[in-house]
Design a protein around this ligand. Structure first.
Ligand SMILES: Cc1cc2nc3c(=O)[nH]c(=O)nc-3n(C[C@H](O)[C@H](O)[C@H](O)COP(=O)(O)O)c2cc1C
Length: 318
């Protein structure tokens, strides 16, 4: 599985489910990945984690992201991911949320490069499919551990490292410091480095590649309500109107946008029933960004409960 040169949809908890991944794939994302899944949870309660691990053929290549702090558990979970047919395993070593770091997983591993390496090694030996690792730049205030962690996990056989160059302490504040991506690539010129963080419009993706030399670009928040961003990068043109970005000339036509949103809701309803329609409220809010009247539209979304209400709302607004 090749990561270099790819446009990758970032893992986003509660958002990048099978339906959203497929829509992004169809609109130019080359690779997608599930949201983070607890390795321990997968082993102990496979029935509960199963719904996060559903995917359709059209999504491939698709990876599953695991978090955990115990090498043996990571190995077993990675083997299970392969058995489920995924194309690669991504290990989360960047999640800043306390619930995850308190157990020693996610960004907590940034303080323990050797353990990070052992976890990657265990997953690589057991998975039989490529293993990638997603990191932040440090646990505390300073971006002080990404190079050491990358050295360990590359040494363990990781196929790629994704860097979101913020520290855990920063959460989502400030700016992603792309210079750290450039440093990582400079340090590991023969390895695949995936740049991530603050790509807001297609031009940013090109700029990230030219400024940092990274091999691939991963996009998270800018894809919300805007799965077209991936094809816009390919075309080198600005993305969809309604994406909250400026000066967009070329994107989907209103008809294309409406058709995709309807399909998104249909698919969510088919898979999840009315809870899927409630989940669509946040997507509708994102899809409506930047369109005149969107704040009034968002105000009405709490009333959207059934598929018919969803369809009516979409047909009226979009
Ligand atoms: C709502 C939300 C959920 C996220 N969930 C995950 C996750 O499950 N796994 C992960 O590695 N990163 C997760 N992230 C981080 C993103 O993958 C990405 O690294 C970050 O948003 C920076 O990229 P962006 O500026 O393109 O959004 C999440 C971010 C957000 C905003």
């Amino acid at each position: 599985m090749e990561f270099a040169g790819k446009r990758i949809l970032a893992p986003l908890a509660g958002i990048t489910d099978s339906t959203f991944r497929l829509l992004c794939r169809e609109n130019g994302a080359d690779v997608t990945v599930t949201e983070m899944i607890s390795a321990k949870g997968l082993l102990m309660h496979p029935e509960r984690t199963g719904r996060y691990l559903q995917y359709g053929k059209g999504e491939r290549p698709v990876g599953a992201q695991l978090f955990g702090a115990i090498p043996e558990e990571m190995a077993e979970a990675a083997a299970e991911i392969r058995r489920l047919g995924f194309d690669f395993v991504d290990i989360n070593m960047g999640c800043p949320v306390r619930k995850v770091t308190a157990g020693g997983s996610g960004a907590a591993l940034l303080s323990h490069p050797r353990l990070a390496g052992r976890i990657a090694q265990a997953a690589v030996s057991a998975a039989g499919i490529p293993v990638t690792v997603k990191i932040r730049s440090g646990f505390g205030k300073e971006p002080d551990s990404y190079l050491a962690v990358a050295a360990e996990v590359f040494g363990a056989g990781a196929a790629a490292v994704t860097l979101h160059p913020r520290t855990r302490g920063q959460m989502f504040s400030g700016k992603a410091d792309w210079e750290q991506i450039a440093r990582l690539k400079k340090e590991f010129p023969d390895r695949v480095v995936i740049g991530n963080g603050d790509v807001r419009q297609p031009e940013d993706a090109w700029r990230m590649v030219s400024e940092t030399g990274c091999d691939a670009v991963m996009i998270g928040r800018a894809a919300l309500g805007n799965p077209w961003i991936f094809s816009a990068i390919l075309k080198g043109v600005p993305a969809a109107a309604g994406a909250g970005t400026q000066g967009m000339a070329i994107g989907p036509s209103p008809e294309e946008r409406r058709a995709l949103i309807l399909r998104h809701g249909e698919e969510m309803h088919r898979r999840k029933g009315e809870p899927g329609i409630r989940e669509m409220r946040k997507h509708l809010a994102w899809y409506s960004r930047g369109i005149p009247g969107s704040s009034a539209f968002r105000g009405h979304l709490v009333r959207v409960k059934t598929f018919d209400e969803f369809r009516l709302a979409v047909e009226r607004f979009f």
